[in-house]
Design a protein around this ligand. Sequence first.
Ligand code: HPA
Length: 247
Amino acid sequence: MLAILGGSGLTQLANLEVTHRQVVRTPYGEPSGALTFGRIGKRDVVFLARHGYGHTIPPHLVNYRANIWALKHSAAAGQVVSVASVGGIRADLGPGALVVPQQIVDYTWGRKSTFHESIEQPVVHIDFTEPYDNELRCQLIAAAQRCGAALSSGGVYAATQGPRLETAAEIGRLERDGADMVGMTGMPEAALAREAELPYATIAVVANWAAGRGNNSHSISFDSLERVLSEGIGRVHTVIESFCEVG
Ligand code: HPA
């Protein structure tokens, strides 16, 4: 079972032949919505919209624990592909680019970021040297190559708290820290997937230049954001279809 966690611009999977939906409860509360089950090509797929199906849950209020728990235990997912919109920092990551990041720097705070915090449970320190599953990353890149979609491999994802966008100085700091792109939902999602022993990788869709970059020297232009995002998500659909051609 392949799980797909959709972000901004991806509240439903157009190419999913839906078989059923399931409302689930978890020991960590309610996930962002019902799980949507179906099939794409040769794969059984479960889809969940991270921000809710009406896009109403801001990044800092997403119940990341419930989402990952539901995918693992209610849907028996064996892999998680997360789709996330980002701002581009690196010069070649302009609006519309698709990228499979390799590393994360976490700037979020106050989010529930472990499954293991009850006093009866021993503390767990997962290895997070490589935050994304390398095999899954390679499979996504191979899928993009098969269908001729441009998908760059590598780069550092900076996870910020949001929901506001960053200042230009903050983007300068993220860049000095080594970040290539910035988004608000990559953490603690990736760490929780690792705790749950779920292979996890992200397809990041660059929706805009980050603050102070590209043509955003004074403010972020939202004019073309929706169009760029939906066009990028269209290409994500193609990559996922190609990924699912292999059983
Ligand atoms: N910053 C943070 N998160 C984002 C951005 C951004 O510029 N664009 C899309 N998600």
